[in-house]
Design a protein around this ligand. Structure first.
Ligand code: ADP
Ligand code: MG
Ligand code: ZN
Length: 527
């Protein structure tokens, strides 16, 4: 790996930091060498430095402007202000600028040899502004286009939960700007996100920096949802009375009600936050929370992306998150400073059904997307119901990461509280599940999802041709008599043992996660 002494110097001089976090130096060297990179780092891992620091360096093969594509204006403004304080020359367009101010930005972007180091832009602006298109071409023709950076890169992917149409345009970066290095960063590290990112951005051969998603300083806990508001108050008073936290709730109404209740009935400093508020109110709530005047923000998932408050000591899910990725990103906003923080999730089956009803009633989704969303909420329910396996092991398995529960060090409710474990030999069922998977895949003639496999096991016959073909098979319904959560756990275990592997496959515009059976020969000789 190339080494650039300037990088270390500027880390100290400009960012006032003494050392790199894992992968930061490698990513920076890669991009300075002109190579593409996909960077997966957990929230708070320090992704911004990976592109801000090379942007102000003159070593390496790249020269000129680093274009950062960033999904949220608020996030952009935060970063721009912090960079300006450090004396970094940075530019961006903002809907709140007047004509004079945006002309000024344009002029700077046209001043050959004296252009800003970093140019922030939203994907929408990049897609819709012909001026920006012309500017980028000019910069490139002057050989002053250093790199493209795509922050929150998982948004590029079509069925991401907050996909935005404009991200689709990023598919063209490689073809429109051949030879300009691309860096994509995300905290969503499923195998599928990685593969899709590389495919969509056309950066095969890029360097991939993949980090454990584990956040050792976060403590995870799931609690049954009964008298939730009171319990939350008790918890905050007992453990975090003067500290800052986030409470996530599903609906705007719940946010407002809970915040009000915390203030009026319990005298806590709480504010609500959701997408439908006036901009001034949003800014005010955010500023008060960030400065510590208000300790608790009760918010929908509209709150959080890019909010860099290091000392959030707890994240509470008042309602069920839509998927495990959402859960992990939201809890990830706690403890960015590396000090301990608590994550509590309140679970009830009623919430699962509420969500399912919402999915079914949503007229904007096609049936495939609905099916996907339904599987996601069931996966969350399964996570909540599983009060045996380490929470980290469970949630990291969602990202295809194998996590040794011994490393949890009592950092979750299930590891702290191992009571009630009964041993049961489930080898027979495990073998049946593997055999069934093998029969279904039939030597690669068919593809199945984890959910389809389980449904066959439970004897649920869907409308698919494959289901009808299979109904008479002896393994169909062979898991009927075992509790569902147990068969689900066996399937999870097979996945974490590497016997099942999840892979993504493209079907037209969509990609879906399918299951593959490995090491089968060995197993059959064993059984
Ligand atoms: P991410 O985008 O990965 O969630 P950020 O880039 O916002 O994370 O960084 C999270 C926090 O970590 C910030 O407060 C940042 O200043 C800090 N940070 C980043 N890199 C380092 C480093 N090498 N040393 C110390 N602090 C760092
Ligand atoms: Mg970030
Ligand atoms: Zn644990």
């Amino acid at each position: 790996m190339a080494f650039f002494p300037e990088v270390k110097r500027k880390l100290r001089q400009i960012f006032n930091l003494t050392s790199f976090r894992p992968h930061q130096l490698e990513v920076i060297s890669t991009t300075l060498s002109g190579e593409d990179a996909v960077v997966l780092m957990p929230t708070g891992g320090g992704k911004s430095l990976c592109y801000q620091l090379p942007a102000i360096c003159d070593s390496g093969k790249t020269r000129g402007v680093t274009v950062v594509i960033c999904p949220l204006l608020a996030l952009m403004i935060n970063q721009v202000e912090a960079l300006k304080e450090k004396g970094v020359d940075v530019a961006f367009y903002n809907s709140e600028q007047d004509a004079k101010e945006s002309d000024q930005v344009t002029r700077r972007l046209r001043s050959k040899g004296n252009r800003p180091r970093i140019f922030y832009i939203t994907p929408e602006k990049l897609k819709h502004s012909s001026l920006v298109g012309r500017l980028l071409n000019e910069i490139r023709d002057d050989r002053e286009l250093a790199r493209f950076v795509i922050d929150e890169g998982h948004l590029v992917i079509k069925w991401g939960r907050d996909f935005r149409e404009a991200y689709k345009y990023l598919e063209c970066l490689r073809t429109d700007f051949p030879g300009i290095p691309i860096m994509a960063l995300t905290a969503t590290a499923t195998q599928q996100v990685k593969e899709d990112l590389i495919r969509i951005l056309k950066i095969r051969g890029c360097k991939v920096y993949w980090q454990s998603m584990n956040r050792p300083n976060l403590n995870y806990e799931v609690r049954p949802k009964k008298g939730v508001d009171r319990e939350i108050v008790q918890f905050i008073r007992a453990h975090h009375a003067e500290e800052t936290g986030i409470i996530y709730a599903r609906s705007r109404q719940t946010c407002e009600n809970v915040a009000k209740k915390l203030r009026e009935s319990y005298g806590l400093k709480a504010r609500h936050f959701h997408a439908k508020m006036q901009n001034v109110d949003k800014k005010d709530a955010l500023a008060k929370w960030q400065s510590g005047q208000c300790k608790i923000i009760v918010a929908t998932i509209a709150f959080g992306m890019g909010i860099d408050k290091p000392d959030v000591r707890y994240v509470i899910h008042h309602d069920l998150p839509n998927d495990l990725d959402g859960y992990y990103q939201e809890t990830g906003r706690a403890g960015r400073d590396g000090k301990p923080a608590d994550c509590i999730l309140y679970y009830s089956w009623g919430d699962v059904n509420t969500r399912r009803r919402m999915i079914r009633d949503n007229t904007e989704c096609d049936s495939r997307e609905k099916e996907h969303q339904e599987q996601e909420i069931l996966r969350v329910a399964q996570f909540c119901q599983n009060n045996v396996d380490c929470r980290r092991t469970q949630v990291l398995a969602y990202y295809n990461e194998t996590f040794d529960p011994d490393l949890c060090e009592n950092g979750c409710d299930n590891c702290r509280n191992p009571s009630g474990i009964e041993e049961e030999d489930v080898t027979d069922m495990a073998v049946k599940i593997i055999q069934l998977a093998e029969v279904l895949v039939d030597g690669g003639k068919f593809t199945i999802t984890r959910n389809q496999l389980l449904e066959f096991l439970w004897g649920k016959s869907g409308a698919s041709t494959r289901a009808i073909q299979m109904q008479s098979h002896e393994l169909f319904g062979s898991g009927k008599n075992m509790p569902r959560d147990r068969t689900e756990r066996i399937a999870d275990r097979l996945e974490s043992m590497g016997i099942f592997r999840i892979f993504s496959k493209q079907n037209g515009e969509w990609s879906a996660a399918y299951l593959e059976v490995r090491y089968l020969c060995d197993l059959f000789t064993l059984s």
